[in-house]
Each structure stands twice: as structure tokens, then as C-alpha cells.
Design a protein around this ligand. Structure first.
Ligand code: AMP
Length: 559
């Protein structure tokens, strides 16, 4: 069985495909979403809900939103040890793999994992390595919007269609335009804002509450700030059902409440909504399409549940967005369908997916100054952003001088006009025969394939000499041996047995409540924690079950 995994910035999900279609696999705690949070305690690693709770009390041993640095050499210190993003991600994948195995009752060794469409080669490879570190063979990396479109059954549509995938997650916003023609589903353009998501809407509610209750944010301790943030988050979720929401927070001994209406909330979100329009416009202009040419808008990401986002999308496109698939689950479902395609199940027809190159690949050139002489450090784009891949493009370049001995081709990635602001992927140098500059051209060809591998070829047109180089992107790549060695190193970290995790979650919650409260309340909380710990120590499953239920109810009532 090949599973489909959405390895998200905020939450991750795993899905599989059976005769009835694709389905989400519940995690060990029965949830469908596993928070992408990791926390280390001794040689135990906690992932998901438990790690998220632990992060409140032990931020120094916990990490979240590490997907942002995937494929870079950023390191995170947890429990005194350093981890890279792909290693932390591998713990999430390990946990999802175990959940899938327990649920399906069979070993799972292969997966299709999704990545944002704008992930470059290095980041895609790092994701693949994360899978390998988790003991998964990564059958295919799929772009998130492509997966979402597949989940919405777009590949089954009869006519050709242009689809916009609008993905607003916890901390990121991505817009992708896909085009279906025949059986080919193509990503035509991608755009986004890496620092815009559901969290920003929570922040707006928090600010509103401070203003309305005339509370000073300064001087409040971390715990109180977290409490206010949590209340703002709950308030945000309530707008799905209610027009006016009461947000209550406890500051010291005092309860302070503010009534916030949906209209007021929306008015305060105007700047955020304006920021959302920017990537939408950019993707349309890159795909050379008008708003009215979009046939279908697909909503992905938890934050698209916000009614004000749905209204914005309706206003922009004058179409009712398709929400028939759960926006949190669409990517995982699509990845599972893709996995099934890979296994060539008969129930779905094979389609060809193509992708785009998410950034411009260029080379450094010098340009002639008006008054004579040359100015170096400029770029000449060869494969432009959002070109459908596989793609191969050639540019002819000339030396600056007669009898110039060599020509150097710097390979750059990025959108800046200036070479130094782009990422340098590599460099090739070739000898030129003697001759006049205008007769001494070289053809530079970039070929970018579906696996995001770039081949650069330089041909000296007079001599016919050719040199080639395969470029791999940022140099944080790991060899198979390195992966195997690191896997062994990380093996000391164990995910606790599945049953233990439910108990751990309650204990960590209890600990947090204890720290958040004072005096008498602490005593009561402590008593309940003790009672539960004693039951756990008894190792009597019946007693543990009963105590767990009682403790869970106590914590729920308290919160
Ligand atoms: P994702 O990264 O796709 O899991 O999205 C997570 C974001 O979606 C978080 O900011 C959540 O607060 C937000 N979210 C989830 N459910 C809702 C809802 N019902 N209404 C508003 N925002 C939501």
C-alpha cells in the first residue's frame, strides 16, 4: 500500500485509497489532523497534539513551523541536540507511518508526499530525505495545488478547464493556476505570501479584544498572552456559525469580555484581504489570464473556512467556490489518489501531471553602458518563472571583447534583476577560439526536468565544443550513505507506544493548567493529576481506563 501524506506547516495528514475512494487515516489519538510540532523529552520524541501541548511549557525542547526552513541548513535545538528541518519532519512522518500501519494492519513502506508548488529542488529533495529518514520510500513528490485539484476530481472533468487553487493555511498563502486539457493537468502559475495565514486573522481578533477591553498588552506574562491568543483562536472558529462572538479572557483574577461582530472583524481585516489579492493578481498575470477566465476556484487550508474569506473569493471571481472536499484534507486526499494512480488501480484513470518551474533560472551578464564600457552583475533570464516543465531553453551570448579567452556562465535562481540578489547554483567556464567578439557566440541551454534537475549546456558555436553540468541546487544534499548514517543516529529517539500517548496528552494538559492557575485551584488540579498518575502506576488497564475518562472530563470542565 502506498499512502499519501500532506506534510503541512501547521498540520499534517495521512490518507489511503481503497475501493470506495481516498480516506483520511486517524492518528493515534483519533484525530484527523496531526499538528506539525515535535518535542523531545530524554530519548522520547513526541509529535502532534502532545508536542503542541508540551511546547507551551517546554518551548526549549519543542519546535513548530520548521517546514519554512526545509532544504536549508537551519538548525533547531531541542533537548540540547541540533536537528535539521528534514529530521524534525521525519519524526512527523514516522508517526504518521505508524498510525497508517496500525490502522491498515499492514506494513507501509512507500508514500507520496506533497510540497508547496514553489519548493525548489533543494527543498523537494529535503522532503524526500525526510521520508527516507522515516523509513519510507518516497514514490513521488506532488505539488500541493496539484494534489488539491486531484482531490476535487478535476482530472475527471470532461471539458478543458482553468482552475485556481486558493490555499490559506495557518501561516502561508498560496495561489496556483492549473489548466486541464485532455488528460493533462498542468500547473500554469504559482504565487503566494509566505507570511500570511490564519494566524494573522487570530492576531487581529487579539488586537480588537485589547482595544475593546482597554487592556495594556505590555507587562502581561507569556502565559497570559498565550491564554489570550487561544481565546482569540476560539473566537475566530466561532465565526463559522455566529455573527457576533463574545471573547472572554482572564487577566489575574479578572474576567474581561468583548463582543466582536463579524462585520467589525471583517473591517479590521481589510489590510490582510488586500495582501491576499496581490498573489491572486500576480498568478493571473503570469498565467496570462483574466479573472473571468477562471472556471473553478478550489479552497484549501483551514483558514478558508472563515466566512469573510469565502465572501472575498465570491466577490473576486463571481463564482461560488467549490468546498465539496474538506479544505483541511484535500491535499492528503489528492496525494492518496496520486499514490493509487502510481499503483495503477483500475478505478481511476492515469493522468499526466506536469508542473512549473517556480522561479526564474538565469545567467549573469554584463551590459553596455551608454557612455561606453560595461556594467557587470546583470541577469539574462533563460527559463522564466512559471514555465511549464520539463522545459529546455537556449540563449545566445557573446563575449565582451575580441579575442576573449574564456566565457564564464554563472547559473542563477531568483527574480532579482541583479545577479548578487539571486541564488547562485553553479558556474561553468569554457575556452573560446580566437576571433572577433561578434563571431564568437556561445549557446547556453538550460533544461529543467520534472524532477527539478537542471542541466546546463554551453556550446561554442565556432568550434562546436560542448560542456555540460547537472546542477542540484543548494548544497545541503545528503547522500544515501549520509541518510543511512543519520537514520541510525536518530534511532535512539523513540516515539512512545501508541497507547501511552493518550495518557501523556492528558498529563501535559494537566501540567499546563497547573502552571496557569494559582492557590486553591492548583491544589485541586494537582490532586487530579496525582490520582491519574497513581492509576497509571497500578498498570491495571481497567483502572487506567476509568481514571483516564475521569481525568479527561475534569480537564475539559476546567477549560
Ligand atoms: P492548515 O495549515 O491548513 O491546517 O490551516 C490552519 C489554519 O486554519 C489555522 O490558522 C486555523 O486557525 C485555521 N482554521 C481552522 N479551522 C477554521 C475555522 N473553522 N474557521 C477559521 N479558521 C480556521
Amino acid at each position: 500500500m502506498i499512502i499519501g501524506i500532506d506534510l503541512g506547516t501547521t498540520n499534517s495528514l495521512v490518507a489511503y485509497y481503497d475501493d470506495e475512494g481516498a480516506k483520511i487515516i486517524p492518528n493515534r489519538l483519533g484525530g484527523r489532523l496531526t499538528p506539525s510540532v515535535v518535542s523531545v523529552e530524554g530519548d522520547q520524541i513526541y509529535v502532534g497534539e502532545v508536542a503542541k501541548e508540551r511546547m507551551l511549557l517546554h518551548p526549549e525542547d519543542s519546535a513548530a513551523v520548521f517546514k519554512r526552513t526545509m532544504g536549508t541548513d537551519a538548525k533547531y535545538r531541542l533537548g540540547g541536540r541540533l536537528f535539521r528541518s528534514e529530521e524534525l519532519s521525519s519524526f512527523i512522518l514516522r508517526s504518521l507511518k505508524e498510525d497508517a500501519e496500525a490502522f491498515l494492519g499492514e506494513p507501509v513502506e512507500e508514500a507520496v508526499i506533497s510540497v508547496p508548488a514553489y519548493f525548489n529542488d533543494a527543498r523537494r529533495k529535503a522532503t524526500k530525505h525526510a521520508g527516507e529518514l522515516a523509513g519510507l520510500k518516497v514514490e513521488r513528490i506532488i505539488s500541493e495545488p496539484t494534489a488539491a485539484a486531484v482531490a476535487y476530481g478535476l482530472y475527471e472533468m470532461q471539458d478543458d478547464a482553468k482552475v485556481l487553487v486558493f490555499d490559506l493555511g495557518g501561516g502561508t498563502f498560496d495561489v496556483s493556476i492549473l489548466e486541464l486539457s485532455g488528460t493533462i493537468l498542468e500547473v500554469r502559475a504559482v504565487a503566494g505570501d509566505n507570511y500570511l495565514g490564519g494566524e494573522d486573522f487570530t492576531d487581529i481578533l487579539e488586537e480588537l479584544w485589547f482595544k475593546k477591553t482597554e487592556t495594556e498588552a505590555e507587562g502581561l506574562d507569556d502565559r497570559t498572552r498565550r491564554h489570550i491568543h487561544r481565546q482569540a483562536e476560539l473566537c475566530k472558529l466561532s465565526f463559522e456559525r455566529e455573527k457576533v462572538v463574545k471573547m472572554i479572557c482572564t487577566i489575574g483574577d479578572e474576567e474581561k469580555e468583548a463582543l466582536i461582530s463579524a462585520d467589525e472583524f471583517e473591517k479590521n481585516c481589510e489590510d490582510l484581504l488586500e495582501r491576499i489579492r496581490i498573489p491572486v493578481r500576480k498568478s493571473l498575470s503570469d498565467a496570462k489570464l483574466k479573472l473571468s477566465e477562471i472556471d473553478k476556484v478550489v479552497l484549501v487550508g483551514g483558514a478558508t473556512r472563515l466566512p469573510l474569506i469565502r465572501r472575498l473569493v465570491g466577490r473576486l471571481f463571481r463564482i461560488i467556490p467549490d468546498t465539496s472536499v474538506n479544505p483541511d484534507e484535500a491535499i492528503a486526499i489528492g496525494a492518496a489518489i496520486q499514490a493509487a494512480m502510481k499503483e495503477r488501480r483500475e478505478s481511476i484513470r492515469e493522468i499526466i501531471l506536469t508542473d512549473v518551474c517556480p522561479f526564474t533560472l538565469s545567467t549573469e551578464v554584463s551590459i553596455e553602458r551608454e557612455g561606453g564600457g560595461f556594467e557587470s552583475g546583470h541577469v539574462c533570464p533563460i527559463i522564466e518563472r512559471n514555465t511549464v516543465i520539463p522545459a529546455s531553453r537556449t540563449e545566445t551570448l557573446y563575449p565582451l571583447y575580441d579575442n576573449q579567452k574564456t566565457i564564464r556562465v554563472r547559473v542563477l535562481q531568483g527574480e532579482s534583476r541583479f545577479a548578487e540578489n539571486n541564488l547562485k547554483l553553479g558556474e561553468l567556464e569554457i575556452q573560446l577560439p580566437k576571433g572577433k567578439k561578434d563571431d564568437n557566440s556561445v549557446d547556453v541551454t538550460y533544461t529543467y526536468d520534472i524532477n527539478s534537475i537542471l542541466e546546463v549546456q554551453v556550446r561554442v558555436n565556432r568550434s562546436g565544443e560542448v560542456i555540460k553540468q547537472i546542477l542540484k541546487g543548494q548544497d545541503v544534499d545528503m547522500t544515501d550513505e549520509e541518510i543511512a548514517a543519520r537514520m541510525e543516529e536518530l534511532a535512539y529517539l523513540k516515539i512512545p507506544p501508541r497507547e501511552q500517548e493518550r495518557n501523556k496528552l492528558l498529563l501535559v494538559k494537566g501540567e499546563r493548567l497547573y502552571e496557569e492557575n494559582f492557590g486553591e485551584d492548583r491544589l485541586v488540579i494537582e490532586q487530579h493529576i496525582r490520582r491519574f498518575e497513581q492509576a497509571l502506576n497500578s498498570q491495571d488497564p481497567v483502572r487506567i481506563d476509568a481514571a483516564r475518562e475521569e481525568f479527561r472530563e475534569f480537564l475539559e470542565d476546567w477549560e
